[in-house]
Design a protein around this ligand. Structure first.
Ligand code: AMP
Ligand code: GLY
Length: 420
């Protein structure tokens, strides 16, 4: 099977690593990829938001199966374009990708499905939005409707912060994404994520994870794309997972199918858990980054069979073979991230790291220049390890971190603290 993976982050390095282990995988191309991916697969310089260009490339390379990593091409309709060209694709249609691309759409679907989530109001003018905040008071959550690179959500602990956020959003701080605003009830509890494959009809859980969104130790400081993650998430017990599937995932997936927009791909189910009850925080239409890295290390080569079964509508006959294991990933980021940071600094010591089914240094933002590995982004490496328990996995991951010589980068030293 000839496979094309779209994306260039740590998530796509982990997907590439797992897919490659499956004996069914023949040719493997990643577009655009990164320096870590280039060491295990061919990389192609393609504009992955251009569905026509991706379809032409896939035809030239005799690709059988395309796996879409990030949300942006999905929201652009790249999966639709590829399916029109007759390709097998893992990832939802543009319409179904609205589960991530529009917060209003997701809230509406949750209403139809009667899925437990935060109460909300939906506003197209700042006066009405502000009146809602004044009436309900803080804490309260203000969200730009559209995709805003993870920055469109303000959890306001006081009223003024919420009012300012409304001004920012209607003032164009998030471009088109902020033309509509959702204001939600603040939910208390512990957050965790559930990852579910959906083939339009059937759903299959492929694991749980928790990430650390804040840049600083003890979960302090500004929000980031994620500074580390681990799987499984102990707070998402089998009982709570079953509840989330029955009360949230299955009814919303049925509501999508009933509307004529069946969902196909991986569904990232962000949950808030309090007193044994899960409520939906958000859906994403792709794997989490860095959550994907821990899931891939745990699942290995079977991932290709699972993704293929999803794309072919055969999930009813698929199953996951679990080892009773734990995985953790520690993000190494450039000093200054999530604010401004330097690119192009050299990272040494990577070649000496172990690379096997227990230890992987996934590249998130790197570039190879004259045989050197240079940092090329904010989140740069995802040092990922597996073990019989979380402590063992964590010790392995930090042992690798300590072998890396990169003074211009930093890590959080407390990834996994909640679970340990
Ligand atoms: P989202 O992009 O919707 O996941 O929001 C980003 C983060 O904001 C979530 O991971 C939560 O930590 C937080 N958040 C979003 N909505 C709520 C809510 N209704 N109550 C409490 N926290 C929330
Ligand atoms: N790690 C959070 C996300 O991928 O959205």
């Amino acid at each position: 099977m000839n496979i094309l993976i779209l994306g260039s982050g740590g998530r796509e390095h982990a997907l590439t690593w797992a897919v490659k282990q499956n004996p069914k995988c023949d040719k493997l191309i990643v577009a655009p990829g990164n320096a870590g991916i280039a060491a295990i697969a061919e990389c192609a310089d393609l504009d992955i938001l251009d569905g026509g260009a991706v379809a032409r490339f896939a035809e030239e390379e005799a690709i059988d199966f395309v796996i879409v990593g990030p949300e942006a091409p999905l929201a652009e309709g790249v999966a639709d374009r590829l399916r029109e060209a007759g390709l097998l694709v893992f990832g939802p249609s543009k319409d179904a990708a609205r589960l991530e691309a529009s917060k209003c759409f997701t809230k509406e679907i949750c209403d139809v499905a009667n899925a437990p989530t935060a109460g909300y109001g939906h506003f197209t003018s700042s006066e009405a939005a502000k009146a809602h905040v004044r009436k309900n008071g803080a804490p309260i959550v203000v969200k730009a409707d559209g995709l805003a690179a993870g920055k469109g959500v303000i959890v306001a602990m006081d009223e003024q912060t919420a009012l300012d956020a409304i001004d920012d959003m209607f003032g164009g701080a998030f471009g088109g994404a902020g033309a509509e605003v959702v204001i939600e009830e603040f939910m208390e509890g512990e957050e965790a994520s559930l990852f579910v494959l959906v083939d339009g009809e059937e759903v299959l859980s492929i694991g749980t994870a928790q990430d650390h969104k804040r840049v600083g130790e003890g979960d302090t400081g500004p929000n980031t794309g994620g500074m580390g993650a681990y799987s499984p998430a102990p707070v998402l017990s089998a009982e709570i997972e079953a509840k989330a599937m029955e009360e949230i995932v299955k009814p919303t997936m049925k509501a999508m199918a009933d509307r004529g927009i069946p969902y196909q791909g991986v569904l990232y189910v962000g949950l808030m858990i309090k007193d044994g009850q899960p409520r939906l925080v958000e859906y994403n239409v792709r794997f989490g980054d860095p959550e994907c890295q821990v899931l891939m290390l745990r699942l290995g080569g079977q991932v290709l069979d699972l993704l293929q079964a999803t794309a072919e509508g055969r999930l009813a006959e698929a199953q996951v073979n679990w080892a009773d294991d734990h995985a953790i990933t520690v993000v190494m980021a450039a000093n200054g991230y999530p604010g401004s940071y330097e690119k192009g600094t050299e990272i040494k010591g990577l070649a000496a790291l172990p690379e096997d089914s227990m230890n992987m240094a996934f590249h998130a933002g790197t570039k190879a220049v004259d045989g050197k590995i240079l940092a090329n982004g904010g989140r740069v490496l995802n040092i990922t390890a597996r073990g019989d328990n979380l402590q063992e996995a964590r010790d392995r991951a930090y042992a690798m971190v300590d072998q890396i010589d990169w003074p211009e980068g930093f890590v959080r030293r407390d990834i996994g603290w909640r679970a340990l």
